[in-house]
Write a protein that binds this ligand. Structure first.
Ligand code: ADP
Ligand code: TYD
Length: 210
């Protein structure tokens, strides 16, 4: 099973990915957790280029192709082999991030994004995608609480950019059935509970058989 998490920065994805990973481990399931961009040696190197604030000259086309390259490597080196071994794969972001950030956020042509996304991911589509939705105001509040952390090249983007990304995600979720939209201002425990319930709905055996 392939599970992805999406949402604007600070929505709580990493927190939920970690809880879900622990949940599966407790159930005796083998699970592989990855993050995007990254997850392989090559992809982590591309991540460094993408997030480095020194690269302020990066064009949006370059940015999109780098995210796609990182993803193409991750899919072939890690995701496909893991799924073939029946390992549960959980990814913190996947191709929907490119549609939301580079497409809706930066304004690249969505039909071109779709073509390159398909090429990068081959036919590895997530079984379920959790969109943790928070407002840009909530994002800013959480960002301020973590003022000790240096923000990366994308995290310093404007509020208007984040607003477009959020709306883009909601539009995508409306179009594709694999999405589950969760209000990210609920408690961490409540969100985790919703996630488990939804996974068990689509794949009962994955959670119950052990
Ligand atoms: P992301 O991976 O989406 O950037 P994180 O999981 O790192 O988000 O969470 C961002 C910040 O928000 C962290 O400080 C985290 O403790 C906090 N957080 C996560 N989930 C919630 C929640 N449901 N309610 C309030 N704060 C949360
Ligand atoms: P990261 O530190 O992993 O952020 P987060 O914890 O919010 O996932 O940085 C990834 C950044 O890259 C994040 O701001 C979202 C952005 N991004 C894109 O713009 N396009 C993409 O395709 C992906 C995967 C990420």
């Amino acid at each position: 099973m392939f599970i992805t998490f999406e949402g604007i920065d600070f929505c709580g994805k990493s927190t939920q990915v970690e809880l879900l990973q622990k949940f599966f481990i407790n159930k005796g399931r083998e699970v592989k957790v990855i993050r995007e961009p990254g997850g392989t040696l090559i992809s982590e190197r591309i991540r460094d280029i993408l997030l480095d604030r020194k690269n302020s000259e990066m064009k949006m086309e370059t940015e999109f192709l780098l995210f796609s390259s990182s993803r193409a490597q991750l899919v072939r080196e890690i995701i496909i082999p893991a799924l073939e071994k029946n390992i549960v794969v959980i990814s913190d972001r996947f191709h929907d991030s490119s549609t939301a950030y580079q497409g809706f956020g930066r304004g690249l042509d969505i039909s071109k994004i779709n073509v390159i996304n398909s090429f990068a991911i081959s036919n590895v589509i997530p079984d379920i995608t959790f969109l943790i939705d928070i407002s840009v105001e909530e994002c800013l509040k959480r960002k301020a609480l973590r003022s000790n952390i240096e923000l990366d090249r994308i995290e310093i983007s404007s509020n208007t950019f984040y607003q477009k990304v959020r709306e883009g995600y909601l539009k995508l979720a409306n179009e594709e059935k694999r999405f589950v939209v969760i209000n990210g201002t609920q408690s961490i425990e409540k969100i985790h509970k919703i996630i488990i319930e939804r996974i068990s709905l689509i794949k009962k055996g994955l959670i119950d058989e052990n």
